[in-house]
Design a protein around this ligand. Structure first.
Ligand code: TXA
Ligand code: MG
Length: 330
Protein backbone atom coordinates (compact mmCIF):
# COMPACT_ATOMS: atom_id res chain seq x y z
CA UNK A 1 0.00 0.00 0.00
CA UNK A 2 0.97 3.62 -0.19
CA UNK A 3 3.62 4.77 2.22
CA UNK A 4 3.50 8.25 3.80
CA UNK A 5 6.58 9.44 1.89
CA UNK A 6 4.89 8.68 -1.43
CA UNK A 7 1.87 10.64 -0.29
CA UNK A 8 4.05 13.59 0.73
CA UNK A 9 5.81 13.56 -2.64
CA UNK A 10 2.47 13.48 -4.43
CA UNK A 11 1.13 16.42 -2.40
CA UNK A 12 4.32 18.34 -3.13
CA UNK A 13 3.83 17.74 -6.86
CA UNK A 14 0.23 18.95 -6.70
CA UNK A 15 1.25 22.10 -4.84
CA UNK A 16 3.91 22.86 -7.46
CA UNK A 17 1.41 22.60 -10.30
CA UNK A 18 2.64 19.18 -11.42
CA UNK A 19 0.70 15.99 -12.04
CA UNK A 20 0.31 12.77 -10.05
CA UNK A 21 -1.35 9.43 -10.71
CA UNK A 22 -3.66 8.00 -8.06
CA UNK A 23 -6.02 5.04 -7.79
CA UNK A 24 -9.77 5.41 -7.42
CA UNK A 25 -12.39 2.68 -7.12
CA UNK A 26 -13.19 3.09 -10.85
CA UNK A 27 -9.93 3.69 -12.73
CA UNK A 28 -6.58 5.39 -12.06
CA UNK A 29 -6.71 9.16 -12.42
CA UNK A 30 -4.13 11.64 -13.74
CA UNK A 31 -4.51 14.48 -11.26
CA UNK A 32 -3.56 18.11 -10.82
CA UNK A 33 -4.55 20.88 -8.40
CA UNK A 34 -7.99 21.87 -9.73
CA UNK A 35 -7.38 25.52 -8.80
CA UNK A 36 -4.07 25.71 -10.67
CA UNK A 37 -4.55 26.33 -14.43
CA UNK A 38 -0.93 25.41 -15.12
CA UNK A 39 -1.31 22.01 -13.48
CA UNK A 40 -4.59 21.37 -15.28
CA UNK A 41 -2.99 22.36 -18.58
CA UNK A 42 -0.30 19.74 -17.97
CA UNK A 43 -2.99 17.08 -17.67
CA UNK A 44 -4.42 17.98 -21.08
CA UNK A 45 -0.96 18.12 -22.65
CA UNK A 46 0.10 14.75 -21.23
CA UNK A 47 -3.09 13.03 -22.32
CA UNK A 48 -3.26 14.73 -25.70
CA UNK A 49 -6.83 15.60 -24.83
CA UNK A 50 -8.80 18.34 -26.60
CA UNK A 51 -9.19 21.37 -24.32
CA UNK A 52 -12.98 21.46 -24.71
CA UNK A 53 -13.43 18.14 -22.89
CA UNK A 54 -13.77 19.18 -19.25
CA UNK A 55 -12.39 17.34 -16.23
CA UNK A 56 -13.93 15.92 -13.07
CA UNK A 57 -12.96 17.60 -9.79
CA UNK A 58 -12.36 15.03 -7.03
CA UNK A 59 -13.16 16.21 -3.53
CA UNK A 60 -12.77 14.68 -0.11
CA UNK A 61 -16.38 14.67 0.99
CA UNK A 62 -19.86 15.99 0.37
CA UNK A 63 -19.18 18.75 2.93
CA UNK A 64 -16.80 20.40 0.44
CA UNK A 65 -19.23 20.43 -2.48
CA UNK A 66 -20.18 24.07 -1.97
CA UNK A 67 -16.60 25.16 -2.60
CA UNK A 68 -17.03 24.14 -6.24
CA UNK A 69 -20.71 24.44 -6.94
CA UNK A 70 -22.94 27.49 -6.70
CA UNK A 71 -26.27 25.73 -6.61
CA UNK A 72 -27.28 22.24 -5.52
CA UNK A 73 -30.68 21.01 -6.66
CA UNK A 74 -32.51 18.86 -4.12
CA UNK A 75 -32.14 15.70 -6.21
CA UNK A 76 -28.40 16.25 -6.60
CA UNK A 77 -28.01 16.59 -2.87
CA UNK A 78 -29.92 13.37 -2.28
CA UNK A 79 -27.72 11.52 -4.78
CA UNK A 80 -24.53 12.90 -3.22
CA UNK A 81 -25.62 11.89 0.25
CA UNK A 82 -26.70 8.44 -0.89
CA UNK A 83 -23.86 7.46 -3.25
CA UNK A 84 -20.75 9.37 -2.07
CA UNK A 85 -18.08 8.33 -1.59
CA UNK A 86 -18.65 6.27 -4.72
CA UNK A 87 -18.60 5.96 -8.51
CA UNK A 88 -21.01 8.80 -9.25
CA UNK A 89 -20.16 12.17 -10.81
CA UNK A 90 -22.53 15.12 -10.60
CA UNK A 91 -22.48 17.92 -13.17
CA UNK A 92 -23.73 21.07 -11.43
CA UNK A 93 -23.65 24.85 -11.87
CA UNK A 94 -20.04 25.78 -11.09
CA UNK A 95 -18.62 28.61 -9.04
CA UNK A 96 -16.95 31.42 -10.95
CA UNK A 97 -13.65 30.69 -9.22
CA UNK A 98 -13.34 27.27 -10.87
CA UNK A 99 -10.70 27.72 -13.60
CA UNK A 100 -12.01 27.58 -17.15
CA UNK A 101 -9.26 25.09 -17.90
CA UNK A 102 -11.19 22.61 -15.73
CA UNK A 103 -14.68 23.26 -17.07
CA UNK A 104 -13.79 24.01 -20.68
CA UNK A 105 -15.39 27.40 -20.12
CA UNK A 106 -18.77 25.98 -19.19
CA UNK A 107 -21.17 27.16 -16.54
CA UNK A 108 -21.09 23.71 -15.01
CA UNK A 109 -18.49 21.68 -13.14
CA UNK A 110 -18.27 17.89 -12.71
CA UNK A 111 -17.56 16.74 -9.14
CA UNK A 112 -17.19 13.43 -7.35
CA UNK A 113 -16.00 11.93 -4.06
CA UNK A 114 -13.94 8.82 -4.85
CA UNK A 115 -14.24 5.72 -2.68
CA UNK A 116 -10.66 4.51 -2.41
CA UNK A 117 -8.43 4.74 0.68
CA UNK A 118 -5.44 6.05 -1.28
CA UNK A 119 -7.51 8.71 -3.09
CA UNK A 120 -9.06 9.74 0.21
CA UNK A 121 -5.66 9.95 1.92
CA UNK A 122 -4.31 12.05 -0.95
CA UNK A 123 -7.27 14.44 -0.95
CA UNK A 124 -7.03 14.81 2.80
CA UNK A 125 -3.29 15.45 2.77
CA UNK A 126 -3.55 17.89 -0.15
CA UNK A 127 -6.55 19.73 1.24
CA UNK A 128 -8.01 20.90 -2.08
CA UNK A 129 -9.78 19.52 -5.15
CA UNK A 130 -7.96 17.37 -7.68
CA UNK A 131 -8.96 17.63 -11.33
CA UNK A 132 -8.42 14.23 -12.89
CA UNK A 133 -9.37 12.35 -16.02
CA UNK A 134 -8.54 8.68 -16.43
CA UNK A 135 -4.76 8.22 -16.62
CA UNK A 136 -4.56 7.09 -20.24
CA UNK A 137 -3.65 8.82 -23.49
CA UNK A 138 -6.71 10.35 -25.08
CA UNK A 139 -9.00 7.81 -26.69
CA UNK A 140 -7.16 4.75 -25.36
CA UNK A 141 -8.11 2.14 -22.77
CA UNK A 142 -8.57 3.38 -19.22
CA UNK A 143 -6.12 2.03 -16.62
CA UNK A 144 -7.36 -0.22 -13.82
CA UNK A 145 -3.88 -1.17 -12.56
CA UNK A 146 -0.71 0.86 -12.03
CA UNK A 147 1.17 -1.06 -14.72
CA UNK A 148 -1.38 0.10 -17.29
CA UNK A 149 -0.36 3.67 -16.43
CA UNK A 150 3.35 2.91 -16.41
CA UNK A 151 3.03 1.27 -19.80
CA UNK A 152 1.59 4.38 -21.42
CA UNK A 153 3.34 7.16 -19.47
CA UNK A 154 6.47 5.70 -17.88
CA UNK A 155 7.55 8.38 -15.38
CA UNK A 156 6.20 11.27 -17.43
CA UNK A 157 2.99 11.65 -15.44
CA UNK A 158 4.72 12.17 -12.07
CA UNK A 159 4.56 9.87 -9.06
CA UNK A 160 2.20 6.91 -9.38
CA UNK A 161 0.49 6.01 -6.11
CA UNK A 162 -0.04 2.26 -5.89
CA UNK A 163 -3.54 1.13 -5.01
CA UNK A 164 -3.78 -2.34 -6.49
CA UNK A 165 -6.43 -3.23 -9.08
CA UNK A 166 -9.44 -0.90 -9.15
CA UNK A 167 -12.41 -2.67 -7.54
CA UNK A 168 -15.13 -1.16 -9.80
CA UNK A 169 -13.21 -1.08 -13.07
CA UNK A 170 -15.34 1.21 -15.24
CA UNK A 171 -15.61 5.00 -15.00
CA UNK A 172 -18.19 6.68 -12.78
CA UNK A 173 -21.81 7.18 -13.76
CA UNK A 174 -22.28 10.84 -14.72
CA UNK A 175 -25.55 12.63 -13.97
CA UNK A 176 -26.05 16.19 -15.19
CA UNK A 177 -28.24 18.83 -13.58
CA UNK A 178 -28.61 21.46 -16.24
CA UNK A 179 -32.18 21.42 -17.52
CA UNK A 180 -35.30 20.69 -15.52
CA UNK A 181 -34.70 16.97 -15.32
CA UNK A 182 -31.47 15.19 -14.36
CA UNK A 183 -29.75 13.60 -17.35
CA UNK A 184 -27.64 10.46 -17.60
CA UNK A 185 -24.48 11.70 -19.33
CA UNK A 186 -22.45 8.50 -19.02
CA UNK A 187 -23.56 5.04 -17.80
CA UNK A 188 -21.40 3.56 -15.05
CA UNK A 189 -21.51 0.91 -12.38
CA UNK A 190 -24.35 2.62 -10.53
CA UNK A 191 -27.08 1.82 -13.02
CA UNK A 192 -29.55 4.38 -14.31
CA UNK A 193 -32.34 2.18 -12.97
CA UNK A 194 -30.92 2.30 -9.47
CA UNK A 195 -30.63 6.08 -9.55
CA UNK A 196 -34.13 6.45 -10.94
CA UNK A 197 -35.61 4.08 -8.37
CA UNK A 198 -33.90 6.05 -5.62
CA UNK A 199 -35.01 9.46 -6.92
CA UNK A 200 -38.41 8.28 -8.08
CA UNK A 201 -38.04 10.06 -11.43
CA UNK A 202 -36.87 9.18 -14.90
CA UNK A 203 -33.67 10.78 -16.18
CA UNK A 204 -33.09 12.10 -19.66
CA UNK A 205 -30.76 9.93 -21.71
CA UNK A 206 -28.64 12.46 -23.54
CA UNK A 207 -25.43 10.44 -23.71
CA UNK A 208 -23.32 13.59 -23.79
CA UNK A 209 -20.11 12.02 -22.50
CA UNK A 210 -17.65 13.93 -24.56
CA UNK A 211 -14.70 11.68 -24.38
CA UNK A 212 -16.81 9.18 -26.23
CA UNK A 213 -18.83 11.23 -28.67
CA UNK A 214 -17.51 14.21 -30.52
CA UNK A 215 -19.60 17.36 -30.25
CA UNK A 216 -21.56 18.03 -33.45
CA UNK A 217 -19.73 20.12 -35.98
CA UNK A 218 -16.27 19.18 -34.80
CA UNK A 219 -13.94 17.21 -37.02
CA UNK A 220 -13.01 13.72 -35.94
CA UNK A 221 -16.47 12.52 -35.00
CA UNK A 222 -16.65 8.77 -35.24
CA UNK A 223 -13.15 8.50 -33.85
CA UNK A 224 -12.90 5.48 -31.59
CA UNK A 225 -12.45 5.85 -27.83
CA UNK A 226 -11.62 3.77 -24.79
CA UNK A 227 -10.02 1.58 -27.44
CA UNK A 228 -7.17 -0.89 -27.61
CA UNK A 229 -4.65 -0.46 -30.44
CA UNK A 230 -5.71 -3.85 -31.84
CA UNK A 231 -8.97 -3.71 -33.86
CA UNK A 232 -11.82 -4.99 -31.68
CA UNK A 233 -15.13 -6.49 -32.77
CA UNK A 234 -18.13 -7.37 -30.62
CA UNK A 235 -20.17 -10.36 -31.85
CA UNK A 236 -23.29 -12.07 -30.57
CA UNK A 237 -22.70 -15.51 -29.02
CA UNK A 238 -24.25 -17.09 -32.15
CA UNK A 239 -21.98 -15.30 -34.57
CA UNK A 240 -18.78 -15.24 -32.51
CA UNK A 241 -17.16 -18.58 -33.32
CA UNK A 242 -18.17 -18.43 -36.98
CA UNK A 243 -16.38 -15.10 -37.23
CA UNK A 244 -13.36 -16.42 -35.35
CA UNK A 245 -13.11 -19.40 -37.70
CA UNK A 246 -13.32 -17.29 -40.79
CA UNK A 247 -10.60 -14.96 -39.52
CA UNK A 248 -8.36 -17.90 -38.69
CA UNK A 249 -8.93 -19.37 -42.15
CA UNK A 250 -7.67 -16.07 -43.55
CA UNK A 251 -4.52 -16.51 -41.50
CA UNK A 252 -5.31 -13.96 -38.76
CA UNK A 253 -4.52 -14.50 -35.11
CA UNK A 254 -7.40 -13.74 -32.78
CA UNK A 255 -7.76 -13.08 -29.06
CA UNK A 256 -11.29 -13.81 -27.85
CA UNK A 257 -12.95 -12.44 -24.73
CA UNK A 258 -15.68 -14.97 -24.02
CA UNK A 259 -18.16 -16.24 -21.46
CA UNK A 260 -17.43 -19.81 -22.46
CA UNK A 261 -14.51 -21.97 -21.39
CA UNK A 262 -13.10 -21.82 -24.90
CA UNK A 263 -13.95 -25.45 -25.67
CA UNK A 264 -15.08 -24.34 -29.12
CA UNK A 265 -11.44 -23.74 -29.87
CA UNK A 266 -10.12 -27.23 -29.32
CA UNK A 267 -7.61 -28.02 -32.01
CA UNK A 268 -7.66 -24.55 -33.58
CA UNK A 269 -4.43 -22.69 -34.10
CA UNK A 270 -4.13 -18.92 -34.05
CA UNK A 271 -6.80 -18.36 -31.41
CA UNK A 272 -6.49 -17.64 -27.70
CA UNK A 273 -9.58 -17.44 -25.52
CA UNK A 274 -9.72 -15.35 -22.37
CA UNK A 275 -12.74 -16.23 -20.23
CA UNK A 276 -14.55 -13.45 -18.36
CA UNK A 277 -17.25 -13.44 -15.66
CA UNK A 278 -20.96 -13.62 -16.47
CA UNK A 279 -21.77 -11.25 -13.63
CA UNK A 280 -21.98 -7.62 -14.69
CA UNK A 281 -20.04 -6.17 -11.74
CA UNK A 282 -17.23 -8.73 -12.05
CA UNK A 283 -17.18 -8.30 -15.81
CA UNK A 284 -16.79 -4.53 -15.37
CA UNK A 285 -13.95 -5.03 -12.91
CA UNK A 286 -12.10 -7.37 -15.27
CA UNK A 287 -12.86 -5.67 -18.60
CA UNK A 288 -10.06 -3.12 -19.05
CA UNK A 289 -7.38 -5.43 -17.64
CA UNK A 290 -8.55 -8.16 -20.04
CA UNK A 291 -8.45 -5.75 -23.00
CA UNK A 292 -5.02 -4.45 -21.94
CA UNK A 293 -3.65 -7.98 -21.84
CA UNK A 294 -5.28 -9.00 -25.15
CA UNK A 295 -3.89 -5.80 -26.65
CA UNK A 296 -0.40 -6.84 -25.60
CA UNK A 297 -0.88 -10.35 -26.96
CA UNK A 298 0.14 -9.42 -30.50
CA UNK A 299 -3.15 -10.57 -32.06
CA UNK A 300 -4.38 -9.32 -35.42
CA UNK A 301 -7.81 -8.82 -33.91
CA UNK A 302 -9.70 -8.93 -30.64
CA UNK A 303 -13.17 -10.49 -30.65
CA UNK A 304 -15.56 -9.95 -27.78
CA UNK A 305 -18.63 -12.09 -27.11
CA UNK A 306 -21.48 -9.59 -26.69
CA UNK A 307 -22.88 -9.39 -23.16
CA UNK A 308 -26.67 -9.43 -22.75
CA UNK A 309 -28.70 -6.24 -23.13
CA UNK A 310 -30.23 -4.76 -20.03
CA UNK A 311 -29.43 -1.85 -17.77
CA UNK A 312 -27.12 -3.79 -15.43
CA UNK A 313 -24.87 -4.29 -18.47
CA UNK A 314 -25.23 -0.63 -19.54
CA UNK A 315 -21.75 0.57 -18.58
CA UNK A 316 -20.00 -2.48 -20.02
CA UNK A 317 -21.93 -2.37 -23.31
CA UNK A 318 -21.28 1.37 -23.59
CA UNK A 319 -17.50 0.91 -23.21
CA UNK A 320 -17.42 -2.06 -25.61
CA UNK A 321 -19.29 -0.08 -28.23
CA UNK A 322 -16.77 2.73 -27.97
CA UNK A 323 -13.84 0.32 -28.10
CA UNK A 324 -15.04 -1.46 -31.24
CA UNK A 325 -13.75 -1.28 -34.72
CA UNK A 326 -15.24 0.11 -36.82
CA UNK A 327 -15.89 2.80 -34.20
CA UNK A 328 -19.27 2.45 -32.56
CA UNK A 329 -19.99 -0.75 -34.52
CA UNK A 330 -21.17 -3.92 -32.88
O1 TXA B 1 -14.51 7.26 -12.72
C1 TXA B 1 -14.21 8.34 -13.23
O2 TXA B 1 -15.05 9.22 -13.48
C2 TXA B 1 -12.72 8.58 -13.54
C3 TXA B 1 -11.95 8.66 -12.25
C4 TXA B 1 -10.50 9.04 -12.46
O3 TXA B 1 -12.59 9.52 -11.35
N1 TXA B 1 -12.57 9.78 -14.31
C5 TXA B 1 -12.93 9.89 -15.61
O4 TXA B 1 -12.59 11.12 -16.17
O5 TXA B 1 -13.49 9.02 -16.23
P1 TXA B 1 -12.62 11.38 -17.73
O6 TXA B 1 -11.99 12.72 -17.91
O7 TXA B 1 -12.01 10.26 -18.48
O8 TXA B 1 -14.13 11.54 -18.04
C6 TXA B 1 -14.83 12.65 -17.53
C7 TXA B 1 -16.07 12.89 -18.32
C8 TXA B 1 -15.76 13.40 -19.70
O9 TXA B 1 -16.52 12.65 -20.61
C9 TXA B 1 -16.21 14.84 -19.66
O10 TXA B 1 -16.67 15.27 -20.91
C10 TXA B 1 -17.31 14.80 -18.64
O11 TXA B 1 -16.83 13.92 -17.67
N2 TXA B 1 -17.47 16.13 -18.03
C11 TXA B 1 -16.63 16.77 -17.21
N3 TXA B 1 -17.09 17.99 -16.89
C12 TXA B 1 -18.27 18.13 -17.50
C13 TXA B 1 -19.25 19.17 -17.57
N4 TXA B 1 -19.08 20.31 -16.94
N5 TXA B 1 -20.36 18.93 -18.31
C14 TXA B 1 -20.52 17.75 -18.97
N6 TXA B 1 -19.64 16.74 -18.96
C15 TXA B 1 -18.53 16.93 -18.24
MG1 MG C 1 -11.27 8.75 -19.74
Amino acid sequence: MTIPEDLATAVDHLKRGLTVVFPTETVYGLGADAMNPKGVERVFALKGRPRNRPLIVHIEGVARLEEWVREIPEEARRLAERFWPGPLTLVLPGRREVPREVTGGRETVAVRVPDHPVATALLKAFGGGIAAPSANRFGRLSPTASWHVRESFGDEAGPILEGGPCPVGVESTIVGFVGERPALLRPGSISAQRIEAFLGIRMLRTGADEEGSSPPGLPGSGESHYAPATPLEVRSPDALWIRVRSLVLRGETVGVLTFSDGRELDGQGGVTALPISKRPSEYARELYAALHSLDRGGFGRILVEAPPDGEEWGAVNDRLKRASHPPGGR
